[in-house]
Ligand binder design. Structure first.
Ligand SMILES: Cc1cc2nc3c(=O)[nH]c(=O)nc-3n(C[C@H](O)[C@H](O)[C@H](O)COP(=O)(O)O)c2cc1C
Length: 357
């Protein structure tokens, strides 16, 4: 039976184990969205994960919108990331960069006053955390088809830059209510051109971005993350099973390294009502599947043994436990994360959690 410490091949890589570090925004980049020494230390400490997926990282200045989140649109940022990837590789780890465009949940304060872009001019309910404090989301501007093509090219360029910065691969962030997800789900996408309306049209931006990055860096270096039922960032879809099983079907021919599904387990505070989508995706998707959302070691072991997925990603457990793999191996107690310091600057609550002796 498959165990979380068994090796696994994801795309171009054989990983030491099936414990994946989930992408987590931590807001510790230095000025100009450049990763610094603190981020090197943070990721290197987690290098014994089977695979690290980094925090979401902006593909372009227009895609950003989170205080002190990193970028991958220029050489200085790539240089900062190279120090991270070198440190992870020196410890035998593997690391993919998560590529991000925030779409409508950015804010003019991050965009030199420009209006954020989205599939349709529909504002999310909620507040952006801008450098000048919390402000309501603004009504975005609907993208033209030419602009959509430019953003697809931005993803491909960011992917190439990531590989040049030493990353083993990239993860397309199609989850959690950011630009790609805004196109996928029908509450935020009300276009009447080839990028809206039918499910296939709503999935067109995802498949174009994914095909472009796969062509740019090789499909074995590309994963995709989706969150069929997440309501984070004011998201909803009228038929998540139909929408996301079709996404899996359309991704099949691309032969990616993996598909990564965030769907909180029943009983988890993030769990949404309605049928679970992951089992449907499992039946249709032909490649490697990573599952995520509220897993413990025991729940992950069960998920692998029952063939729910091929690997399991852990988010919150990785915040306070850089040595999570070792703790799982020894059935050791886990440190408790401090939620007050999730996104605050500096080492506190970031690189100061105790490792086991
Ligand atoms: C502090 C924090 C930051 C996060 N940032 C991201 C992110 O940048 N990209 C992403 O896809 N998900 C992000 N997530 C979601 C996690 O990857 C994960 O899906 C979620 O925490 C559920 O998994 P868990 O129960 O193992 O924590 C974040 C979660 C947390 C707690």
């Amino acid at each position: 039976m498959t165990k979380i410490f068994d090796p696994i091949t994801l795309g171009d890589y054989q990983l030491h184990n099936r414990v994946i570090m989930a992408p987590m925004t931590r807001g510790r980049a230095e000025a100009n969205a450049i990763p610094g020494k603190l981020m090197v230390e943070y990721y290197a400490a987690r290098a014994d994960a089977g695979l690290i997926i980094t925090e979401a990282t902006a593909i372009s200045p227009k895609g950003q919108g989170w205080v002190n989140a990193p970028g991958i649109w220029n050489d200085d940022q790539a240089k900062g990331w190279l120090a991270v990837t070198d440190a992870v590789h020196a410890k035998g780890g593997r690391i993919f960069l998560q590529l991000w465009h925030m779409g409508r949940v950015s804010h003019p304060d991050f965009l030199d006053g420009a209006i954020p872009v989205a599939p349709s001019a529909i504002a999310a309910t909620g507040e952006a955390h801008t450098p000048l404090g919390k402000k309501p989301y603004v009504t975005p501007r609907a993208l033209s088809v030419d602009e959509i093509k430019d953003i697809v090219a931005d993803y491909a360029n960011a992917a190439k830059r990531a590989i040049a910065a030493g990353f083993d691969g990239i993860e397309v962030h199609g989850a959690n209510g950011y630009l790609i997800d805004q196109f996928i789900r029908d509450e935020s996408n009300q276009r009447d051109d080839t990028y809206g309306g039918s499910i296939d049209n709503r999935l067109r931006f995802l498949t174009e971005v994914t095909s472009a990055v796969a062509e740019a860096v090789g499909a074995g270096k590309v994963g995709v993350r989706l969150s069929p039922k997440s309501q984070y960032n004011d998201m909803n879809d009228s038929d998540p099973v139909a929408t996301f099983t079709r996404a899996a079907e359309l991704l099949n021919p691309l032969k990616l390294a993996y598909l990564h599904i965030l769907e909180a387990l029943p009983g988890h505070m993030m769990a949404a009502a309605g049928e679970r989508v992951t089992p449907h995706i499992r039946k249709i998707y032909q490649g490697m599947l990573i599952t995520n959302g509220g897993y413990t070691k025991d729940l992950a072991t069960n998920a692998l043994e029952t063939n729910e997925a091929d690997a399991v990603a852990f988010g919150v457990p990785y915040i306070a436990n850089p040595d999570l793999v070792l703790r799982f191996k020894q059935d050791a107690k886990l440190n408790i994360p401090d939620f007050a310091t999730l996104y605050t600057p500096g080492a506190k609550g970031y690189t100061d959690y105790a490792m086991m002796a």
